[in-house]
Design a protein around this ligand. Structure first.
Ligand SMILES: [Mg+2]
Length: 370
């Protein structure tokens, strides 16, 4: 029997109205912001409070030049390719030490608590590759994640379409949250950690499916003029990949994205590693997905649960922030270089993620005597 999350759908409807009536509040609460989340659009002549703010944005941007720069700069900041300086790098490492070096401390922190694992996919379990359709994970990593899921409840949380990310991972015993958490499904079979016999499905952005499909088609058409641009339909959101676009063409591509988005006031844009993400304006993100999954596993309001979230992208910050604010579990950012983050620890690349997961498995197996 399928469990559909009616309460979350109610929250969603409430959230959409909330957005329309309280743009200023949304800015203050980081649902939209000048630097991180930008909101475009608004019908001509519309004088509703929300649209007024948005029109002002556009007027102030003088044709959108500043806005485009802001998008591109923010996207570039998500994936630093070198340390800003040796001093800032060593300072950052002190603040966000390696989760491998701090492994014993992490185990100590989790003592007596149930570890629950949350893993991003691209750049965390698989390397970032030029063609997003070929972001395969290694057999060794799959084997490690399989063993991990045998030890702890484990969820994959990705911006990708859920079906696509599960086709990459190929493990039925995991929880999957695709489309930045807007499409959550429980294990199909084989999970020791599933609560009850009910299947779990949560899709709080269903009403946006037609508009995302429409925008996807328009983006494909508009971005054809920029060599290397790739648009991906992630079901409840869409991604415009910059990975194969020459850096001097990034602004051109961002201009094309903006020319489509300006007609869709209920969609917003966020930046990731060489990607612009187009998403519905709803109060839902990877952090909300983490909270929802913990609740579904029976760990809401528990003090004896220890969630570990590992991710490499700006969108993972929503989950890191939830954990930091709740002082519960910990976030681990996958990054070689200093990068602004709410995570507590760092790992440099997917290979280090695998070593960290293997050590967790070994520790758990030793404790259980298996
Ligand atoms: Mg990622």
């Amino acid at each position: 029997m399928l469990l559909i999350c009616y309460s979350f759908c109610f929250n969603l409807i409430f959230s959409v109205r909330f957005v329309e009536e309280n743009i200023t509040t949304m800015l203050e609460t980081r649902i939209i912001s000048n630097s991180e989340v930008l909101y475009v659009g608004g019908d001509e002549g519309d004088t509703s409070p929300g649209t007024k703010v948005l029109q002002n944005f556009q007027i102030n941007e003088e044709g959108g030049g500043g806005l485009i720069r802001s998008w591109v700069d923010s996207m570039r900041a998500c994936s630093p390719t070198r340390p800003k300086s040796l001093d800032s790098q060593s300072c950052w490492i002190k603040e966000h030490p390696s989760a491998l070096k701090m492994f014993e401390e992490i185990l100590h922190e989790s003592e007596g608590k149930q570890i629950v694992m949350f893993l991003d996919y691209d750049g965390t379990l698989s390397p970032i590759v030029d063609d997003p359709d070929r972001a395969f994970m290694s057999k060794k990593m799959r084997n490690t994640v399989r063993k991990l899921a045998d030890c702890f409840p484990t969820a994959i949380v990705s911006g990708r379409c859920r079906e696509k990310v599960s086709s990459f991972v190929k493990l039925t015993e995991l929880y999957y949250a695709g489309s930045h958490g807007m499409d959550i499904k429980g294990p199909e079979q084989g999970s020791k950690h599933k609560k009850g016999n009910q299947s779990l499905l949560c899709q709080p952005a269903t009403e946006f499916l037609p508009v995302i499909n429409e925008v996807y088609e328009k983006l494909v058409e508009k971005t054809k003029s920029v060599p290397g641009a790739k648009v991906e339909n992630n079901k409840f959101c869409a991604s415009v990949h910059f990975r194969c676009v020459e850096e001097n063409k990034w602004s051109d591509l961002a201009h094309q994205v903006r020319s489509v988005l300006k007609n869709y006031p209920k969609l917003m844009l966020t930046q990731g590693r060489k990607v612009l993400e187009i998403r519905p304006i709803i109060k839902w993100d990877k952090g909300k997905a983490l909270e929802f999954l913990l609740e579904s596993l029976g760990y809401d309001n528990c003090t004896d649960v220890f969630p570990i979230y590992i991710g490499d992208d700006r969108t993972d910050e929503d989950a890191f922030k939830i954990l930091r604010d709740k002082r519960q579990g910990l976030g681990i950012l996958v990054s070689k270089y200093a990068n602004e983050t709410n995570a507590s620890y760092s790992l440099q690349e997917p290979d280090e993620v695998m070593v960290f997961l293997e050590r967790l498995v070994e520790w758990k197996q030793l404790r259980c005597g298996s």
